[in-house]
Ligand binder design. Sequence first.
Ligand code: ADP
Length: 725
Amino acid sequence: MHDEQGGGGHAGAWALALVPVGLAAALLFAQPDPAFAAAAALIALAAAILATLWLRARAKARAQGDVARQLASRLEEMQDRIWELTESVARHRDLLEAQDDVIARRDLEGRLTFVNDAYCRAFGFDRDAVLGTTAEPNRADAPDDGADEGEPSRQSFDARFDTPEGPRWFAWSITPIRDRNGVLVEIQCVGRDITRRKDVEADLRRNRDAAEEASRAKSRFLAAVSHEIRTPMSGIIGMSDLLLDTELTPEQTSYAQAVRGSAGALLGLIDDILDFSKIEAGRLEPTAAPFAITTLVRDVVELLAPRAEEKGLEIAQVVSRDLPTTLIGDSDRLRQVLLNLAGNAIKFTQRGGVVIEVHRHDGPAERIGLDITVRDTGIGISQEAQQRIFEEFEQLDAGPDRRHGGAGLGLAISQRIVKAMGGEITVSSRSGQGSTFTVRLALAPAGRHSEPGPLALDGRRVLLAAPSSIVRATLAAMLREEGARVTVAANRDALDKRLSRTTPYDSVIVDWAIADADTPFAPANGTSAIALLPPSQRDQLERITGAGFSGYLIKPVRRESLIARLAATPEAPLPLSDTALPASDPHGEALDVLVAEDNDVNAMLTTVLLRRLGHRPEHVRDGAAAIRRLREAPKRNVDIVLMDIQMPGLDGLEATRRLRAIERREPARPRIPVVALTANAFTEDRAACIEAGMDAVLTKPVDRDDLAACLAEYAYGTAPARRTA
Ligand code: ADP
């Protein structure tokens, strides 16, 4: 700014010089001589011109000063910018170089145009030597994908490269660099050393594999031990059963019953542990075979009926009639789940009862959605506890006042089974208000879905009298589904009142509990009277006819039995029989039974059972002895073989295979049925037995009725007369 000050100084001097000139001119002007006046005028003019010139020059100088100042400030700004840019470039370079990531750029011919320090360090490159060349770091493994070929687009991959420190893992990210017009100009490769992460991952994997193997080993151990425990347990149970069948004092009976009860509980526990360890070991693969859902639910309910009756509970089932008769799934596993849920329901209920219902819901395409609910009127489960009960070893009333047996594994096992089937178990309950467990599944129908048949009881008027709301609700639901018009009564008074009205009924169904045997029941003409009996009161049949009934139904009632009873006309007297009657041996003929069993206690148990059933058992200790004995047949007759699976030397499976081979070679020989006796209750073991040529499988401890039914079915070659309740 000193320029302006300088200009200002000159101008000031000029102005000061003009002042005396002006004064001189004024003095001359005051002279009377015209010459002086002219001179004064000239001087004044000159002074004015000079002043004007000076003023102009001064304005110009000012303007020039402005431009110069502007230029100077621009210049300064630019200098600042340049400085900032240099700073930023340096910073970026520092950043780039300080990176641990290796960075390189290549032109389209693959020549390196840029490498950072890390890149040079990592691969032992000299920057000046590699720039402009197509040098590449060495892959430690052969590339397994086309990651560095083809049209370059953004991609990332992990690869191992040789470095001066040995092979190291890099995670690469390849980015195409394009110019402003989108034309590909360079390829940028950024690699991050992930060797440590890869090492940690490998360690974790190794640890996980080791842990899984350890867990599998533990499960195998548990399975083996459980199996070993099962064999002597069968002995204890069977022997105490035999003992209980002998003459005992009341005291002895109670001790023997305690032994039997404890052994039964222990066996249940071992089964659970065995199952759980198997599921934990990842060996749960649901099978897929056609099965009838109606039969499955009915079997579960009938199997549990005696236990329910013992506690004074009702148990009933309703399967919607719009479900296809056959579905595809793992019926053994589903039965296990339902037995567990319904078993729990009985266990945790003191009054009322349990209902299993099956309804259809919209499943995914090609599937039938099933909702199987198990509802009880028991103690219920609090909201908070509902989260926990599906965990293993979770029991709500654990502690000193725990009254209910079990290991807390049932629900954990059930949930895993249902999950493996692609479904889910849920619970809804309130403390003290009963519980509802729902198994939601989607199964494929076997074959094309046919519409349900015509309504079997269309328009029939039925009066249903039972004190239990469970019995009333389930029977009424079945009857209504078949088209019947149902009236219900909860007690004898209500029943009598209904009957005294003029409304005629086609059928009256009365629970035996309110059908006073002493006051015979006299329904109007044309009305069939049917008594509802608990399974333990089948022997009441004579009293039932005496009480005015023309037929009966055993609880839990099957839909088919109900329809059969009601659809029959009262004119044609109803036969006093039911599908659910116990099997009685129609032949009674003594059989020659070969028992192959290495455990002496179990052998004794089986032979005693057989003798009590009226047969002639013969015992051998291993598979080889069994084959030797069977070769003597038919000269020394054997009607059927009961074959243990695990025996020293020749096991049961191999012995059966040899027997079948002998029979194939000698066609004249009659085929001898073989029934497996196994401590393994698993389906795959069953499959192995059937594959080896066995006819059936009985699980130890052998149940007398099961044994009788099995002999009836296979030894006599007749249709099964199965035990059902
Ligand atoms: P547990 O062998 O003890 O029955 P589960 O896994 O089957 O084992 O059940 C776990 C717990 O859940 C039971 O101990 C009980 O406390 C509770 N529970 C299961 N079902 C019911 C039910 N129907 N009503 C009330 N509580 C139940």
